[in-house]
Design a binder for this molecule. Structure first.
Ligand SMILES: Nc1ncnc2c1ncn2[C@@H]1O[C@H](COP(=O)(O)OP(=O)(O)OP(=O)(O)O)[C@@H](O)[C@H]1O
Length: 440
């Protein structure tokens, strides 16, 4: 599958994100208490490279908590980057004053998921859309009305007279999202960042709104960053797709290539999770093992390794994975086995501190060593055991040591870039390293 040309030219690129980080410091704040954390840093976006060319639709896809919205908000300067740069049409967004940022926001607009939250219930359609013009300094009420009418016609809300005086409560979900679109395009932007723009709409109107967005793209020469957890809509809508996991892009490339030949095990799992319209075809819907981990305490090595069916010995296995495996073992074996074995291994809370060694069962090291060996023998295919280098009886208990993990960077593999030890020059194929994520 051929990929699009990789050369960056100034005129070609409209958004150029390099090594972007957005870290939230949780120390002591009320949000951290709300989230049950009292210290630490959430790396919501962590070293992301992304480009958007004129006329292109780039999808940012991942589960809840992967950092998609934070990335989108950073593009508009709605959250502050803690590292890296975001260039919009050659200007670094981070270095702009508030006035300059307002000017940039004329050219780059955001469409949010929930049209109810995006529209003020006390404003009519005309007021809501006209307000975006007022903010940009359009003082003439006549000009505002003319442009609001034009904008409503563009988004298919006609005859416009029926809509101008309506309040959000008078409109359907699809109509509300059309009003949001009308407001987003009224100042003639060149980029729209659309954050789950259809996920709160009825199935019947989702395709229509996506089609509207494609029509607007053609008519108004727009480019989109399309943020979604839904690969199926991304397939329909996007030229390229970036798959995000825990603040990082783990795979990026042309949509057709990603669907035809997904490399990263996470991309493969997301693709398997797309519901199949044919009920006779049964596919695994669930992603393997558990939910996306806490971004304030990411797994060692590759962040996806605890859920990865293909994880190798050096993908980052550690103490917390051991705890998960022990708990899964006890869930399978029941309360009596749990009572007996947890007594031998003692308190597991030391395993919560990420480490490549773990010591358990101080009271009876011999019994603890025998028990860990037995648990391993019962389920030898559990991928975590590949990461264990030794299980030794010591005076302090059974000492379990893991390989040091690898945290793979994005590397080119055929038509995509992928961050996984199975690909690129770190992988068994020995393929050549890529030229940098942003050049996809
Ligand atoms: N202001 C904030 N302070 C602290 N942590 C935050 C803040 N905003 C987001 N986060 C955290 O950053 C991580 C990424 O969140 P983000 O909302 O960007 O993910 P997402 O992929 O867009 O998820 P969703 O689809 O649920 O919106 C999460 O762990 C989230 O809890």
């Amino acid at each position: 599958m051929p990929t699009k040309p990789e050369t960056r030219t100034t005129s070609d690129l409209i958004v150029d994100v390099r090594d972007l980080s957005v870290h939230f410091d949780l120390r002591g704040g009320s949000l951290s208490r709300l989230l049950g954390r009292d210290t630490g840093t959430v790396k919501a976006v962590d070293g992301v490279d992304l480009t958007l060319r004129r006329g292109e639709v780039v999808g940012v896809v991942g589960e809840s908590g992967s950092g998609k919205s934070t990335l989108g908000r950073a593009l508009l300067g709605l959250v502050r980057a803690t590292g890296g740069s975001i260039e919009f049409d050659g200007r670094d967004v981070a270095g702009l004053s508030r006035r300059e940022l307002r000017e940039v926001r004329r050219h780059i607009q955001m469409v949010f998921q929930d049209p109810n939250a995006a529209l003020n219930p006390a404003m009519t359609v005309e007021q809501a859309i006209g307000d975006a013009l007022r903010v940009q300094g359009v003082r003439s009420a006549t000009e505002r009305r003319t442009r609001v009418v034009e904008s409503l016609e563009r988004v298919g809300l006609s005859p416009v007279e029926l809509f101008l005086d309506k309040y959000p409560r008078d409109l359907s979900g699809g109509q509300k999202q059309r009003v949001v679109m009308a407001r987003a395009i009224i100042n003639g932007p060149s980029v729209l960042v659309a954050d789950e723009p259809i996920s709160m709409l009825d199935m019947s109107v989702r395709a229509k709104i996506l089609q509207l967005m494609l029509d607007l793209k053609q008519q108004l020469d727009l480019s989109y960053v399309y943020i979604t957890h839904d690969l199926a809509s991304a397939k329909f809508f996007c030229d390229r797709i970036a798959i995000m996991y825990l603040g990082r892009i783990v795979e990026i490339g042309d949509t057709a290539e990603i669907f035809a030949h997904p490399r990263h095990p996470y991309t493969q799992a997301l693709l398997k999770a797309i519901p199949n319209p044919d009920p006779s075809v049964s596919v695994a819907r669930d992603l393997p093992r558990g939910e996306i981990p806490d971004a304030a305490r990411p797994p060692l090595g590759c962040a996806f390794h605890p859920r990865c069916p293909l994880a190798t010995a050096t993908c980052g296995w550690e103490s917390r994975d051991l705890r998960t495996v022990l708990e899964e073992h006890w869930l399978r074996r029941g309360a009596d086995v749990y009572a007996e074995e947890s007594r031998i291994l003692g308190d597991l809370s030391a395993l919560d501190e990420p480490a490549t060694t773990a010591v358990l069962g101080k009271a009876d090291p011999a019994a603890a060593t025998e028990l860990v060996e037995r648990i391993r023998a019962e389920n030898p295919d559990e991928p975590m055991w590949r990461g264990v280098t030794s299980i030794d009886q010591t005076d302090a208990g059974v000492a379990i040591a893991f390989h040091d993990g690898t945290d793979p960077a994005l590397r080119r593999d055929g038509g995509v870039e992928v961050a996984c030890v199975l690909y690129g020059d770190e992988g068994p194929d020995g393929a050549e390293a890529g030229t940098g994520a942003a050049a996809v």
